[in-house]
Design a protein around this ligand. Structure first.
Ligand code: NAD
Ligand code: TYD
Length: 337
């Protein structure tokens, strides 16, 4: 099988590419990625010489390049996106062009090449915000109610995927997953920022009152969920993927990280809240469990411990990301083309 993976140099995409080649060494993976600030080929250094792996630098908004690169693919797994809510508040335009237009360009190419499956990786944020303290959770039937430019652009891409299924018969599946964490997570997101700041003896910024709630999913569990959907998922189905059964506030999460790292709570610093900050996300992943036999394999504490261990052992990686020097890797490895 030949997989065309978009955004495979990012956090989740690179975990997925490594996971896939480890568990399906007979398959071929094409990683199509523009290498924005979020793309880091160092994440894939251990497989870059694998003959079953090809990297193509390209933009999902470029129809010609996408059409050419997707040739021969059986399955598309679409991760590429602008993904950071805070950046979508500073400058929404790239979110609309990459997440909406880019997805439409990929869908057109997938139609033309008659791929067997277009799998779209989306987010629970398309469902909006839940009441703090309520028992309510997102299900595959929750109405869309995106509230940030990021989640609105992801919602647009989800609708396009389903529309191409209805209108053109394109075979699709979607996963809406919660907040991922784990190795190779870009350290501007809460968990890797907290871990690396603690390792550097710096404070950990907590937005607002710190009571916002997220569902946390260990990235390898997410990769296993996509694998289960590709192998056993029903076409034209949406699967919710989450990692938790109980709520945890950002503040309690940060306290847990501090405790696991043997650091002091005095490192917590409250900072100005994010505009339109969604209060609570909670994912009901029981139908995914029932339909596919998938469930998270680690508790939050176990996943955090593994993540902390990984950041302790990969100081060079996160220091290069924090300093920006990781962006030299492409030129060193591939020259200036
Ligand atoms: P990321 O920001 O780490 O990586 C995105 C990747 O896409 C990068 O390698 C970047 O270079 C590439 N890219 C961006 N614009 C591109 C373009 N125009 N053409 C080609 N490549 C481009 O993102 P991530 O955290 O790995 O998220 C992957 C997917 O999962 C995204 O679609 C995101 O919406 C979704 N998601 C992420 C989370 C999470 O917690 N990180 C949660 C739910 C859903
Ligand atoms: P983030 O990792 O940016 O993911 P998302 O906004 O997609 O959920 O943020 C996770 C939560 O942590 C979110 O409620 C915002 C909060 N947060 C902080 O409190 N401090 C920080 O420095 C960051 C980056 C996020």
């Amino acid at each position: 099988m030949k997989l065309f993976v978009t955004g495979g140099a990012g956090f989740i995409g690179s975990n997925f590419v490594r996971y896939w080649l480890k568990h399906h060494p007979e398959d071929h993976v094409v990683n199509y990625d523009l290498l924005t600030y979020a793309g880091n080929l160092e994440n894939l250094a251990e497989i870059e010489n694998n003959p079953h792996y090809t990297f193509i630098k390209g933009d999902i908004r470029d129809p010609e390049a996408v059409r050419e690169a997707m040739r021969g693919a059986n399955v598309v797994v679409h991760f590429a996106a602008e993904s950071h809510v805070d950046r979508s508040i500073t400058d929404p335009s790239g979110f609309v062009t990459t997440n909406v237009v880019g997805t439409q360009v990929l869908l057109d190419a997938a139609r033309e090449h008659e791929v067997q499956r277009f799998h779209h990786v989306s987010t629970d944020e398309v469902f909006g915000s839940l009441e703090l303290g309520s028992e309510e959770k997102f299900t595959p039937h929750t109405p869309y109610d995106p509230r940030s430019p990021y989640s609105a652009s992801k919602a647009g891409s989800d609708h396009l995927v389903r529309a191409y299924g209805e209108t053109f018969g394109l075979p699709w599946t979607i996963t809406n997953c919660s907040n991922n964490y784990g190795p190779y997570h870009f350290p501007e997101k809460l968990i890797p920022l907290a871990i690396t700041n603690i390792l550097e003896g710096k404070s950990v910024p907590v937005y607002g009152d710190g009571l916002n709630v997220r569902d946390w999913l260990y990235v390898e569990d997410h990769c296993r969920a996509i694998e289960a959907v590709l192998h056993h998922g029903e076409e034209e189905h949406t699967y919710l993927v989450g990692g938790m059964s109980e709520d945890i506030s950002n503040l309690d999460l940060v306290k847990m990280i501090l405790e696991l790292m043997g650091a002091d709570e005095s490192l917590i610093t409250y900072v100005k809240d994010r505009p339109g900050h969604d209060r609570r996300y909670a994912v009901d992943w029981s139908t995914t469990q029932a339909d596919l036999g998938w469930e998270p394999s680690v508790t939050l504490e176990e996943g955090l411990q593994q993540t902390i261990d990984w950041y302790r052992e990969h100081e060079d990686w996160w220091r290069r990301v924090k300093s920006g020097s990781y962006q030299d890797y492409y030129t060193k490895q591939y020259g200036n083309e």
